[in-house]
Design a protein around this ligand. Sequence first.
Ligand code: MN3
Length: 199
Amino acid sequence: MSFTLPDLPYAYDALQPYMSKETLEYHHDKHHLAYVNNGNNLLKGSEFEGKSLEEIVKGSFGKNAGLFNNAGQHYNHIHFWNWMKPNGGGKIPGNLEKKIIEDLGSVEKMKEDFIQAGVTQFGSGWNWLAVKDGKIVVMKSPNGESPLVSGAAPILGCDVWEHSYYIDYRNRRPDYLKAFIEHLVNWEYVAEMYEKAVK
Ligand code: MN3
């Protein structure tokens, strides 16, 4: 199977004012496309041809850095577009909310810890909510890595590479993370991934 760039699940201007059309045009049409094209070139003739994307991400980690970086970013971005929606944030579906409170203390604490993980990820990377050993945990990772490579299942991730916020927020990464969690997150999609992770 080769990688293909999925369409955004909403219009380019649908996330304004929290994420601009210009950011999505660059981020989706140029950055994500580059991961797809580079990933396909590196996949060709490798031992990973014909594997699923998750298998490629897990299998190439620590073994084939070029392929891993592009496949990892492809995986992360496919979900990133779906982790956002117009008029996002707001109510968290009941099952997931209950589990967040159980494992992380409260919804407010989860948001604080999630933002803090993104703020303290030095350089490029991602911050996460993931399911590990049956519990929801907050994580962060560098570059194209994700909880997939540390034995956890990602259920929410935020891209803290500068290309995802510099046009709209300049150097204010904390403001971007706050806007993401309060106004952009598609909690229904997070809940879907949570239910799959605990099945
Ligand atoms: Mn990105």
